[in-house]
Design a binder for this molecule. Structure first.
Ligand code: FAD
Length: 348
């Protein structure tokens, strides 16, 4: 394992959904530094992926906000603690090191040693839906991709981006300046993405800087995992063969528990039973908060996860700072907490 990839920190959080994000705040107030991993390419979990534009009405003291607004507000709130995000990476394995730390490895080769692990994995990891095209498996990871890990991989390439949601539109706009040519391929001339992204994409098409094709993708043609062309059709009529070096397909995501099932943690019906005093699992040092845990009376609500994060952080403090006494403090009146939040002057 290359040493350059080894990161050492206090806490690693699997999942950057609302509960993972808020736990950065609670841990930060307790002087605990965090790294977060998410298979998605952005924070927000279900709020960002499943209902970014839908209103949420039951966040305390916020009468209404959308999934994206909640994510933005949480990111603003945790800024003082400078969390490190590792997006588009699957937390794949967890082992104990001889030194007694937890070693978490991602499928991108990131290795993080930490004193505690917080599983805020929600309903599981979001995994891409595979386009229903015969033989696509042979091209996956070689010339067919379902996420962008390094933009440079697509420099000077002829790229076809398939899909009509936010990921397809965002990557069309971001990769257009560096790719040789980008074609957005969608089955109808209507998009589920943010209106602003759709306008930007249409402007690029009008300026002749990229192509938009309204058609169905029906076959990949190539050899040894390398695509040469894509067959496109309208209904049953062949429209032609699109030259293509790389296909980026964004056909939506489904949630699966994924590798967490192999972490060696006690599971019950794909959920992690926890102690409700501190939300630790039956494995010491491993906590489970948010939708992934189970206990008597559990309600899968964001506010439940926020409460769980606060109690988890208190126990985490005892593990990470065993030489220090825990002091219960209010942010309203504690100059210590206000200093950590960078608001000491404003609060004085
Ligand atoms: C349509 C809809 C509307 C809702 N409305 C409300 C509402 O009004 N009020 C309310 O309180 N709740 C609502 N909910 C429920 C709420 O969204 C969830 O309770 C909340 O998202 C749980 O947050 P979480 O952080 O625990 O998990 P999630 O939001 O599920 O985030 C978990 C994250 O972990 C990542 N992950 C998991 N495993 C791995 C792995 N191995 N490696 C890398 N990443 C991983 C996932 O990719 C995901 O991003 C709604 C849910 C839906 C679907």
């Amino acid at each position: 394992m290359p040493d350059t990839n080894l990161i050492t920190t206090d806490a690693v959080i699997v999942g950057a959904g609302p509960v993972g994000l808020f736990s950065v705040f609670e841990l930060g107030l307790n002087d605990i530094k965090c790294h977060l991993i998410d298979i998605l390419d952005r924070p927000g979990g279900q709020c960002a992926e499943l209902y970014p534009e839908k209103p949420i009405y039951d966040i305390p003291a916020v009468p209404v906000c959308t999934g994206s607004e909640l994510t933005e507000r949480l990111l603003e709130q945790i800024k003082p603690f400078n969390p490190h995000f590792h997006f588009s990476q699957m937390a794949e394995s967890l082992q104990k090191t001889p030194e007694g730390l937890w070693r978490l490895t991602t499928d991108a080769g990131t290795v993080i040693d930490s004193k505690i692990v917080v599983l805020a994995c929600g309903g599981g990891s979001f995994v891409p839906k595979r386009p229903p095209i015969k033989g696509i498996e042979a091209y996956e990871g070689k010339s067919v991709f379902y996420s962008v890990r390094k933009m440079d991989k697509f420099r000077d390439k002829n790229i076809v981006i398939a899909g009509g949601g936010d990921s397809a539109l965002d990557w069309t706009i971001n990769l257009q300046p560096i790719a040789k040519r980008v074609t957005l391929l969608h089955r109808r001339d209507e998009f589920r993405a943010a209106p602003d992204s759709v306008l930007k994409m249409r402007a690029l098409v009008a300026e002749g800087k990229m192509d938009l094709k309204i058609a169905n993708l029906t076959a990949l043609n190539g050899a040894d995992g390398q695509i040469e062309t894509l067959t496109i059709q309208e209904e049953n009529k062949l429209l032609g063969h699109l030259p293509c070096d790389n296909l980026l397909a964004f056909y939506g995501l489904t949630m699966k528990l994924g590798p967490v099932a192999n972490f060696g943690i006690n599971l019950h019906e794909n959920l992690i039973p926890v102690n409700t005093a501190d939300f630790e699992s039956s494995t010491p040092g491993i906590f489970a908060i948010g939708d992934i845990n189970s206990y008597a009376g559990k309600m899968k609500l964001i506010l439940s996860g926020f409460h769980e994060a606060a109690l988890m952080a208190k126990k985490a403090f005892a593990i990470i700072h065993p030489d220090r006494r825990y002091r219960f403090q209010y942010t309203t009146s504690s100059s210590d907490l206000q200093g950590k939040l960078g608001v000491a002057d404003a609060a004085a």
